[in-house]
Write a protein that binds this ligand. Structure first.
Ligand code: AHM
Ligand code: MG
Length: 338
């Protein structure tokens, strides 16, 4: 019989790779895994809320029915707070940093940035959604964590990962020594190693972008899309267009199959839509660890200076050769303009 490695076993086996305090980072990842299972349980019941809940947002047990993104935020904050290894959390759901103020956590060495439930507009229609997280070692030495603890470049991430709540639920993470994927086996309630040492194909046939915004894209992106759609046998073009509108799901598919995901700046949203701290940097860390690339069209995502926790950035992310090609189009068309 094939040996099954659970997430917990894997973290312990691999903790020698961790650059700093080994046990603490292991426990943080374990806490994230636990919260993910609880959120997964609720995501799977999402459709039932309409049946079990009533108009006043109260279910048959008399409990308040919470929006899933609010629920996910609370679950992750609670798991990370009680674990004692994280002193503060920045979340898409909270305007300001959430300090973990119990005695155990105040002097913890790590801070976590997260999007607890990304793609939440897809919940009501039974389409995949995800959680994204990023772990930094704090810079401040004692007391409350500071903004500077979060405003570090993506290159300083100690670990990052995502959970995809899809046709199956997977947790994928990196600590800077490659990328590994775990699939939740619902029968035993454990994440089991299913995708060891994930590698991004150097090129692919999929491009993912919201073409509804095409009128407002930069010239370089418009030209790159024409390139994706042009016929050329040698490079397997035209590519296929695939866009779920759930970042984690689009990213995950392209990571496995090879492809490129773009959310560029538009004339309406000059900084794009996605958030640097808890959406782009963690996925950039993962894709680079898998051999792919991530840029904002001009600069490597992980090298970008960050000045606020909810800052947005354009992003081009995926298979290395495809990202390089899109980048080249951006360069040429910016030079032409200048
Ligand atoms: P959210 O954080 O409000 O859920 O928005 C992020 C989502 C991503 O999952 C997805 O890639 C993107 O927004 C889709 O945006 P659009 O609908 O503009 O294409
Ligand atoms: Mg989001």
């Amino acid at each position: 019989m094939k040996k099954v490695t659970t997430l917990g076993q894997f973290i312990i086996e691999r903790q020698a790779e961790f650059p700093f305090a080994k046990g603490e980072l292991s426990r943080l990842l374990r806490d994230i895994g636990i919260a993910a299972k609880i959120v997964n349980r609720e995501v799977n019941k999402a459709g039932l809320v309409d049946i079990l809940g009533d108009e006043g947002n109260v279910n048959v047990q008399g409990e308040e029915v919470k929006k899933l993104d609010v629920f996910a935020n609370e679950q992750f904050i609670s798991a990370l707070s009680s674990g004692g290894e994280c002193c503060a959390i920045a979340s898409e759901e909270n305007e300001n940093i959430v300090h973990v103020s119990n005695d155990v956590s105040q002097n913890a060495k790590y801070v976590i940035a997260m999007d607890p439930l990304d793609g939440s507009s897809n919940i009501d229609v039974n389409v995949s959604i995800g959680t994204i997280f990023s772990i930094y070692r704090r810079i401040s030495t004692s007391g409350h964590a500071t903004l500077e603890d979060f405003l570090q470049k993506g290159t300083e991430q100690v670990a990052a990962g995502y959970i995809i709540y899809g046709s199956s639920t997977m947790l994928v993470y990196t600590t800077g020594c490659g990328v590994n994927g775990f699939t939740l086996d619902p029968s035993i309630g454990e994440f089991c190693l299913s995708h060891p040492n994930l590698k991004s194909p150097t090129t692919g046939k999929i491009y993912s972008i919201n073409e509804g915004n095409a009128l407002h894209f930069p010239e370089g992106i418009k030209e790159y899309i024409k390139y994706c759609q042009a016929e050329d046998k040698a490079t397997s073009r035209p590519y296929t267009s695939r866009y779920i509108g759930s970042l984690v799901a689009d990213f995950h598919r392209n990571l496995i199959k090879g492809g490129i995901y773009m959310y560029p700046s538009t004339s309406k949203a000059p900084n794009g839509k996605l958030r640097l701290l808890y959406e782009c940097n963690p996925l950039a860390f993962i894709i680079e660890q898998a051999g792919g690339a991530a840029t904002d069209g001009f600069e490597r995502i992980m090298s970008k200076q960050i000045s606020s926790i909810h800052e947005r950035t354009p992003i081009i992310i995926g298979s290395s050769e495809m990202v390089e090609q899109a980048h080249a189009f951006m360069r040429i068309h910016t030079e032409v303009k200048a």
